[in-house]
Design a protein around this ligand. Structure first.
Ligand code: SF4
Ligand code: SF4
Length: 298
């Protein structure tokens, strides 16, 4: 049976769907949104993550690494990512958890067992399991098996998707999952290519087909300063949603809590604006003036 690569299983989530939920983060994403706050969710393979503040400078990782990919500095281990072959032996050897593996393989049954720990909480709160990422549909076969297994147990499921996948795949998933959170980031294709690394044509096409199919969708828009918060983009988004029969949208505030993760992966953080809570209020006013109502998060 196929295994899935997952970088986090988070219990007691309050913002990823109705009730109290377990959120399962699938690793790997076809987009590269500049503001991504889960950079460990982008790469489709396991990665070595550094928490240098935990390092006690014992030197074990450096002496153990066969590829000589680690140099020990005053601020902790420095990893030569070109030399590192991701064997993860240094993770096992490190006594303090400074070096960590981002991404781990799970069987469907292992994820189901993790979810079952909170079955009573789901029942009491109206919660369930949300599959997030990364992009869950990138691991389609595993996603399908997992959703079917959860459905058999009558556990409510939701997925959070960019919609950047084939219609056949998202159509099949929409028949099984109870709820789809669908990200609509940019309405202009050129801007989409610049800021997310991908065209939005497929994304919008899939959204329109899902609406026609009657799938249970919540359209969401992460509001990103200086990217999609302009009046022009919001008015165009509202006009587009009206034209395809969507009446409401959920706005997600931008935050930069994940910027420290880029350092842990030795990646350059491409985007680091200060969060501005006013943006949500301003955008809500424009959406509502254009006939699109705002739903609250989660
Ligand atoms: S993952 Fe393997 S190759 Fe990479 S730094 Fe650690 S021990 Fe060296
Ligand atoms: S093994 Fe861990 S604690 Fe020791 S030097 Fe390497 S990163 Fe630091």
């Amino acid at each position: 049976m196929k295994k899935g690569l997952i970088f986090n299983i988070q219990r007691y989530s309050l913002h990823d769907g109705p009730g109290i939920r377990t959120t399962v983060f699938f690793k790997g994403c076809p987009l590269k949104c500049q503001w991504c706050q889960n950079p460990e969710g982008i790469d489709t393979d396991v990665e070595l993550f550094r928490h240098n503040q935990k390092c006690i400078h014992c030197g074990s990782c450096m002496t153990h690494c066969h590829e000589k990919a680690i140099d020990l500095t005053d601020s902790g281990p420095l990893v030569n990512r070109q030399a590192c072959n991701r064997c993860m032996e240094c993770v096992d050897i490190c006594p303090t958890g400074t070096l960590e593996m981002a991404g781990k393989e799970y069987s469907v049954n292992e994820v189901v067992q993790a979810a079952l720990k909170d079955i009573l909480i789901y029942e009491e709160s109206g919660g369930g399991v949300t599959i997030s990422g990364g992009e869950p549909l990138l691991q389609y076969e595993f996603l399908l098996e997992l959703l079917l297994a959860l459905k058999k147990l009558n556990i409510h499921t939701a997925i959070e998707t960019s919609g950047y996948c084939s219609w056949e795949k998202i159509k099949e998933i929409s028949k099984i999952t109870d709820l789809i959170y669908y990200d609509l980031k940019l309405i202009d294709d050129n801007s989409s290519r610049i800021f997310t690394g991908a065209s939005n044509i497929l994304i919008m096409d899939n959204l329109e087909r899902l609406v026609i199919s009657g799938a249970n969708i919540v359209v969401r828009m992460p509001l990103i300063p200086s990217v999609n918060d302009t009046r022009d983009n919001i008015e165009h988004t509202a006009g587009y949603l009206s034209s395809i029969g969507v009446k409401c949208i959920e706005l997600l505030p931008y935050h930069n809590l994940g910027s420290v993760k880029y350092e842990g992966l030795d990646l350059e953080c491409p985007f680091n604006y200060r969060p501005n809570s006013e943006l949500i209020r301003q955008a809500s006013v424009i959406f509502e003036a254009n006939g699109i109502y705002i739903t609250s998060e989660g």
